[in-house]
Design a protein around this ligand. Structure first.
Ligand SMILES: [Zn+2]
Length: 149
């Protein structure tokens, strides 16, 4: 299969098809793991809810002082969040894939919501063209190619 010559949309459709097949094979144990991982993601949340030093360290290692999209410095009211590049609503089988995670600010995360990656690129291109190149650098193309193989 020649993945290099596929458009982003074609690649997404392909991955989506493969993913749906995998999703139907998930077991109860997968969901237990998912719950643990979901708690792990709450970096700035309630520590009783599962925030660990490990998750804090991961965020520290995967972010700098500014949000990569809006270039705003993280601060108390607009802190770091861990977002799924490909939304969980559409790609539940990528929920626990670390390569699908990135750190962006709360505001950007809220704005991105459940947009698919290619929708989000289009949205940023139209609305914040100055941020588009920064966003493209985070395109989860390797993740998609690997999953599609
Ligand atoms: Zn931001």
């Amino acid at each position: 299969m020649d993945l290099e010559n596929k458009t982003l949309k074609e690649l997404f459709d392909l991955v989506d098809k493969i993913g749906k097949n995998r999703y139907h094979k998930l077991t109860e144990k997968n969901f237990d793991n998912y719950q643990q991982y979901e708690n792990w993601r709450y970096v700035d949340g309630n520590s009783a809810f599962g925030t660990t030093q490990e998750s804090k360290d991961w965020v520290k290692d995967h972010s700098d002082s500014h949000c990569p999209i809006c270039d705003t410095r993280y601060h108390q009211d607009n802190g770091r969040t861990i977002d799924h590049k490909l939304p969980r609503a559409k790609y539940p089988w990528l929920s626990m894939e670390f390569k699908n995670l990135w750190v962006i600010c709360w505001d950007c995360n809220t704005e991105k919501a459940e947009m698919d990656w290619y929708e989000y690129e289009r949205y940023i291109f139209k609305r914040y063209p100055q941020s588009y190149n920064a966003l493209r650098a985070f395109r989860p193309i390797q993740l998609l190619q690997r999953k599609a193989l």
